[in-house]
Design a protein around this ligand. Structure first.
Ligand SMILES: *Cc1c(COP(=O)(O)O)cnc(C)c1O
Length: 250
């Protein structure tokens, strides 16, 4: 697929926002979701890379992706992405394999899954379509994106930068499921949350593993994730000075 030059990408988005600005909703947690994407549009049947693509941007008014804290199940059977595959890319194809196991989890009363590595199901990777972090004994722990099975989300990266600015120790590394379960048993998991552009930060109140369910404390009292969420929301609404240069004014 061709790379879209940055100016075409940004000018296209800005032009569309001018056209669609009447659709920007008011209110907390509400926004105009902007979704750029590229699809093959060559008129041919056959399995091969296309010679022709279309770059498209669409928008939609949205409100909170998840209404409150969610419950998730650690998946130890199905996989979202395997090493050597395309899990690190924001490719629509990645969602295909995730839908059936997510639906199964929903039938069991969960909102979403925690994905584990496809070869052994021993390490934590992501939660649903979000990156994932845990606050354990005052340390922020998140799966390393050195793995080609984890998407390098911009929200994840922003939260790590915020944590460092606030002098919170951050560990990007492999997180064994066994280590998380042990910390849950000991009551050391202070916060658990998913993150992505659409969802911002979503607290996790329950983690299911095998036949056990672990419940965390009331997420409204979590210091780090609430602070990071307020910061990101404040920044987007222009209430906080943009010291990282993350904001593009339109
Ligand atoms: C979109 C997405 C994320 C979050 O990425 P952001 O850049 O923060 O929006 C994380 N994991 C998966 C699988 C995703 O599709």
């Amino acid at each position: 697929m061709p790379q879209i030059p940055q100016d075409i990408f940004m000018d296209g988005i800005k032009e569309l926002i001018q056209l669609d600005k009447g659709w920007v909703p008011n209110g907390e947690g509400k926004s105009l979701y902007i979704r750029p994407f590229m699809i093959a549009d060559e008129a041919s049947l056959g399995v091969k890379a296309s010679n022709s693509y279309k770059f498209i941007v669409i928008t939609s008014p949205t409100s909170n992706y998840y209404a409150g804290a969610i419950s998730v199940k650690i998946e130890d059977d199905f996989s979202r992405a395997a090493s050597g595959g395309i899990g690190a890319a924001k490719a629509a194809a990645n969602y295909a394999a995730s839908l059936y196991p997510a639906q199964n989890a929903q039938k069991q009363g969960y909102n979403q899954l925690i994905w584990t590595d496809a070869s052994e199901h021993k390490y934590i990777e992501e939660s649903g379509t979000m990156n994932i972090m845990f606050m354990v004994n005052g340390k922020l722990i998140t799966p390393s994106v050195v793995s080609d099975t984890i998407l390098k989300g911009v929200t994840r990266d922003s939260i790590i930068q915020l944590a460092r600015k606030w002098n919170i120790e951050v560990e990007e590394r492999k997180i064994p499921v066994a280590e998380l379960i042990d910390a849950l048993h000991k009551g050391e998991v202070e916060e658990a949350f998913g993150m992505g552009t659409a969802a911002t930060i979503v607290p996790i109140h329950t983690i299911g593993h095998k036949n056990e369910k672990y419940t965390l404390t009331d997420a409204s009292n979590w210091t780090f994730s609430n602070r990071a969420k307020e910061y990101l929301e404040g920044l987007k609404r222009g209430h906080i000075e943009d010291e990282f240069n993350w904001i593009e004014k339109v």
